[in-house]
Design a protein around this ligand. Structure first.
Ligand SMILES: N[C@@H](CCC(=O)N[C@@H](CS)C(=O)NCC(=O)O)C(=O)O
Length: 231
């Protein structure tokens, strides 16, 4: 049965930019699973509604839809037990749940105000209007006003990554000697930023920068080859 992934894009279909879709894309590569890409834009709700979702990623396994990046990771782990494991056992899966929440809140949530104003330029007029309206309602402010503070705000974001920094001083990946799904959860956030924004999130001396470089090169440079800014 074929695998197909709905992936968020804007005007450039070679620039998938959802942090959650990137978690799934890296997970598929880790498991050595081929999956076709179905480019999806914010306002194309009709394409995924029949699969029971308003958001991407949505993975189709044959006819079967699997919705939400964490659910997809668990589905892949359980459905393809003969493939390289994403979690490395029940402990990895359980702590992966924590990293997933941390990735959503501290990483995606932390990066969001730093890059959000750069996103509309990658969207067509209809999507850009939807994005601006929905995100400004969420933020309670204009995107440009949020962006105006980013040079200062990035310091707090970098500080918030200290637990990860400490971990990477002791081991090469969150997964230990090799990456696992915990790494892809966090990496998805950085790859989202790289796809849409020239803003520098990490200093080169940061161990997280070196970790990100390794993941950009993983799987034949899957993430590095995808359209993005070299920051
Ligand atoms: N918890 C979900 C979050 C998915 C999500 O928020 N996807 C965004 C793209 S990054 C989306 O589809 N947004 C649609 C919209 O804003 O209308 C997951 O992990 O898959």
């Amino acid at each position: 049965m074929t695998l197909q992934l709905f992936e968020l894009v804007g005007t450039d279909t070679e620039r998938p930019f959802s942090p959650y879709c990137w978690r799934t894309r890296m997970a598929l590569a880790h498991m050595e699973l081929d999956a076709g890409s179905i480019p999806w834009r914010f306002t194309e709700k009709g394409a995924i509604a029949p699969h029971g979702s308003e958001k991407v990623p949505v993975l189709l396994h044959g006819e079967k839809p699997v919705v939400d990046s964490w659910v997809i990771a668990n589905y892949l782990e359980d459905t393809f037990p003969d493939r390289p494991s994403l979690f490395g056992g029940m402990g990895g899966r359980a702590t992966g749940k924590l990293i997933n929440a941390w990735g959503d809140i501290a990483v995606v949530g932390g990066i969001f105000p730093l890059i959000v104003a750069d996103i509309p330029a990658h969207l067509d007029a209809v999507d850009a209007e939807y994005f601006r309206k929905s995100r400004e309602a969420r933020l309670g402010r204009k995107l440009e006003d949020v962006a105006a503070e980013r040079d200062k705000a990035v310091t707090g974001f970098r500080r918030s990554l200290e637990p990860m920094r400490q971990t990477l001083k002791a081991q090469p990946y969150l997964g230990g000697v090799a990456p696992n799904y915990a790494d892809y959860i966090v990496f998805g956030g950085f790859q989202w930023a790289r796809a849409v924004s020239p803003f520098k999130l990490l200093e080169e001396s940061d161990p997280i920068y070196a970790w990100r470089e390794k993941l950009l090169d993983a799987f034949g440079g899957l993430a590095r080859k995808s359209a993005g800014f070299a920051v």
